[in-house]
Design a protein around this ligand. Sequence first.
Ligand code: ZN
Length: 259
Amino acid sequence: MTQVVTDAIVLHSFDYLESSRILKLVTRDAGVRSVLARGARKSRKRFGAAVDLYSQGTADLQTKPGRDLDTLSAFDLTRVRQQLAASLPRFTGASMIAELTLRFAQDDADPDLFDAVAETLDALTVAAPDRARDIALGGAWRILAAVGIAPTVDVCAECHASVEPDAPAVFSHPAGGTLCARCSQLARSGRTLPPEARAALRDWLAGESHPLGDVNAVRAHQRLLREFLRHHLGDDRPFNAFDVWESGGLETPLPASVP
Ligand SMILES: [Zn+2]
């Protein structure tokens, strides 16, 4: 057994046997971990709000090489994010961020990823209804940058020539980002991004906020992100939380167990 003490955020939580819960945590020092919180449902004293979704704290984990499930010995809570449940755009945005993180993260230390998730959830917690979607979009691109698959914005993804920043440019998912004029003529597919869309991507990948002007811009960015994720995952596993977030959360009611 090895003890790991690290900052952690609860991204998923479900009941296990009679009295326990299994949590999925993103941690600063050990990537994404599945952990068993023994007795968490019997006594709130031991873990308190630590078993709530999006809670953050210092987790004390017992890990064993070759075993998929760690044991959670203690969780010193530093932050709860109950306000995420206060509005649909916040809640569906946080669910999408959790899904994305669990799908792309590995089990090794990634402080950039941890900070990207923590700061995105913090921003969503206080987001005005008309900002929650662009904050979630920005967080998603920042997370993709942290796990090493950021698209290019100002450099051609094929030939590495610089691409004029204030002009429309073709974005190719197979190439991995923006293309120069010459390469875009040779490309089989691609979507032309206006300068404003490239400016948003540039800011988000750098971890900065970038409000979007209207619902059409939000929709276009959601579509671009969805296509990018699909291309990089290379599988057909459903992106349930993403779909609910993209549809505005209106077609699917909130689950009964909102924290
Ligand atoms: Zn090129």
